[in-house]
Design a protein around this ligand. Structure first.
Ligand code: ATP
Ligand code: MG
Length: 402
């Protein structure tokens, strides 16, 4: 035997029973998005690296140090997607979806890749399911997107605080940026090495730093909400009013900026107190479509971190009861007919492939979590019945199946 091979660092197998929780998350989110009339889009896992540089931003952690970049055989620079929005925007523009209808509500699901230090809930390959809305500038769209987030949390029974903030627009953000820069200059002795660099190039990013010292130092930082122009202020106030009317609980977090450059106005995160991190995150990106070569198109979206949220939810047990069929003697065709009939009734059925004594077989049934053992011997076949054993009570009775 050769040396056992391991998956690469940060790359995980998703095994049973974890996969049940994983699928519970994605199918729940899909079901909710369908009710809001979103349709799916599948984009490639690999994009030209510019797709991410031009959208996420050159000065962000993702582009600077977290992307898996490689060249293909013709020397083209490609990247494994670190997130979903950039590719969806690229596709939206490439296929001129904007010409088809006034707006689009799309969702995607799949693996994302980031070269990060692996730890609990943080991997190099992870999965997101996310929604994007192209077209509406109205705060109603923001409010409804947050309502979807709240529906998801409720359906998955995940306890999380919905934090919101506004990052303003091209009108009002520059003045804030300058004010923040001035403030950061004053507290620079408390900032980490990365933030010393960020404070000049991308000062808002300092507010997103996870280092405790930086968090402490920026507690009294100027707030974007105090700098919002008239239109951004109205947008933000209307959003808050709508959320209250819809019964969506939220908390304002004036330091919430998110790790990507493309956001404008509304940003939000659903933060799990148990994990101390976000399980769903998103916001508005009104300039991104234009910036990537499309017509000016306000847009917004969010992404659910599937593995992350799976840490704080649990799939309910399968509805369909499990039947384990144990054939004895020359009864295989009859046992298969029984199996077929039970499956037609929507039951989960396994037939024992092995020969062995009843005790061994029942132990196996117990091990795989069968609700019922179905004993099929030659007597049963002759009478056209099976012996059904309820694994939880131990009671057994003969019943007619076929
Ligand atoms: P964080 O602050 O935790 O690094 P982020 O701001 O980089 O998150 P986003 O780009 O907003 O994350 O991605 C949306 C969601 O995807 C996050 O809220 C998180 O649940 C999940 N996520 C992000 N990076 C990872 C990762 N490396 N492994 C697992 N899940 C992740
Ligand atoms: Mg990150």
């Amino acid at each position: 035997m050769g040396e056992t091979l391991q998956s690469p660092r940060g790359f995980h197998d998703i095994l049973p029973p974890d996969i049940d929780t994983f699928r519970f998350v994605t199918s729940t989110v899909r079901d909710i998005l369908r009710l809001y009339n979103f349709t799916e889009i599948i984009t490639p896992i690999v994009e030209r690296v510019e797709v991410f540089e031009r959208s996420i931003g050159e000065a962000t952690d993702i582009v600077q140090k977290e992307m898996f970049v490689f060249t293909d055989r013709k020397g083209r620079k490609l990247a494994l997607r670190p997130e979903g929005t950039a590719g969806v925007v690229r596709a939206y523009i490439q296929h001129k979806l904007y010409a088809q209808r006034p707006y689009h509500k799309l969702f995607y699901e799949g693996p994302m890749f980031r070269y990060e230090r692996p730890q609990a809930g943080r991997y190099r390959q992870f999965h997101q399911i996310g929604a994007e809305v192209f077209g509406p500038a109205e705060p109603l769209a923001d409010a409804e997107l947050l309502k979807i987030v709240s529906d998801i949390l409720e359906a998955l029974k995940v306890e999380a605080t919905l934090e919101i903030n506004s990052l303003g627009c091209a009108e009002c953000r520059p003045a804030y940026r300058e004010a923040l820069k001035g403030f950061l200059e004053g507290v620079s002795s408390h900032l980490c090495k990365d933030c010393l660099e960020r404070k000049d190039r991308n000062p808002l990013r300092v507010l997103d730093c996870k280092v405790e010292g930086c968090r402490e130092a920026t507690k009294e930082a100027p707030k974007m909400v105090d700098f919002l122009c008239q239109e951004c202020r109205e947008h933000y106030e209307t959003l808050k009013k709508l959320l209250t009317e819809m019964g969506v609980d939220f908390r304002e977090n004036y330091n919430l900026v998110r790790g990507l450059d493309y956001y404008t106005r509304t940003v939000f995160e659903a933060v799990s107190p148990k994990l101390g991190s976000a399980v769903i995150a998103g916001g508005r990106y009104d300039y991104l479509v234009e910036q990537m070569g499309g017509p000016p198109t306000p847009a917004l979206g969010f992404a659910v971190g599937v593995e992350r949220i799976a840490l704080v939810t649990e799939a309910p047990p399968l509805k369909e009861k499990l039947y384990f069929i144990i054939p004895f003697g020359d009864v295989i065709p009859y046992a298969l007919k029984v199996a077929q009939r039970l499956r037609e009734e929507g039951k989960r059925v396994e037939i024992s492939y092995r020969k062995g004594g009843l005790r061994k077989q029942l132990e196996f049934a117990d091990k795989i979590g069968a609700d019922y053992a179905v004993i099929v011997g030659e007597d049963e076949m002759r009478e056209g019945v099976v012996t059904l054993k309820d694994m939880s009570t131990g009671r057994q009775e003969k019943v007619k199946v076929v």
